[in-house]
Structures are given as C-alpha cells and as structure tokens.
Design a protein around this ligand. Structure first.
Ligand code: ZN
Length: 131
C-alpha cells in the first residue's frame, strides 16, 4: 500500500470538483454525499473506495482551524450579545461546513483511488503492520 497506484494530485483534484477520480468526466455523487456506484463515463467502480468518517473529520479540522480559530481573535465576537453573534456566526459556519464537506469527501475518494485503497482493505489496521 506504500506505492501510489495513480497520480495523487490529479485524482484528488477531480474528486474535489465532484468528478470521477480516474477520468474526471463522470459525476462522483448522485446526491449530496451519496457516491455513484459506477462512473458513467469510464465505468470505474466508485463505491469501492471507502470514505467513512475521514471527510467529516477533515472538514471539521479545516473549518475549525481556518474559520473558527481566526474568528476568535475579533473582539466583537466576545463583546456583543450572543443573541446577535450566535446566529451571525453559526449560520455561515454551517453553510461553509456543508459546502466544504462534499468537496473534501470527493478529494478523499480521489486519494483512496490514487492509493488504491478499497473497501476490501478494511481488515488492514496500522497496528497489524507493526508486527
Ligand atoms: Zn470515470
């Protein structure tokens, strides 16, 4: 699994755009976060590339570090009434998170495609590699 089976950055970039990581033509999702079973252009079995909780974790990490942490440096966040600041912060924050999540999931699936990690590899654990 240490070898990269396909080019990493192009695969992730195609996934980031919501496209098939192999050809970049077919749609990756048929609903908000529902991955198509097969690519309509190249017939790649898209459902075989696991995402699990990785995209959600990475999205929270990105939004937390790039939006929430810098936001806390503005005194208006602390000084004004929560009646106004909470909706003004939480609604855009939810919108940013929901907009970012499918893109991160697409890039994640692109990474899984590039690294040739499939759902059949689920039995592998990092602890097993140490032995
Ligand atoms: Zn394709």
């Amino acid at each position: 699994m240490s070898e990269i089976a396909h080019p990493l950055l192009p695969s992730m970039s195609r996934g980031l755009k919501g496209r098939c990581p192999k050809c970049g033509q077919g749609k990756l999702f048929w609903k908000y976060l529902k991955v198509n079973g097969h690519c309509e252009a190249c017939d790649l079995d898209l459902a075989r590339y696991p995402a699990d909780d990785g995209p959600a974790y990475l999205t929270i990490l990105l939004v937390g570090h790039l939006v929430v942490a810098p936001l806390l440096f503005f005194p208006i966040v602390w000084e004004s009434s929560p009646v106004y600041t909470l909706p003004l912060i939480l609604i855009p924050l939810a919108a940013i998170t929901l907009a970012l999540l499918p893109r991160v999931k697409g890039a994640w699936i692109g990474m899984m495609y590039a690294l040739a990690v499939k759902d059949t590899d689920a039995h592998l654990h990092t602890a097993d590699a140490v032995e």
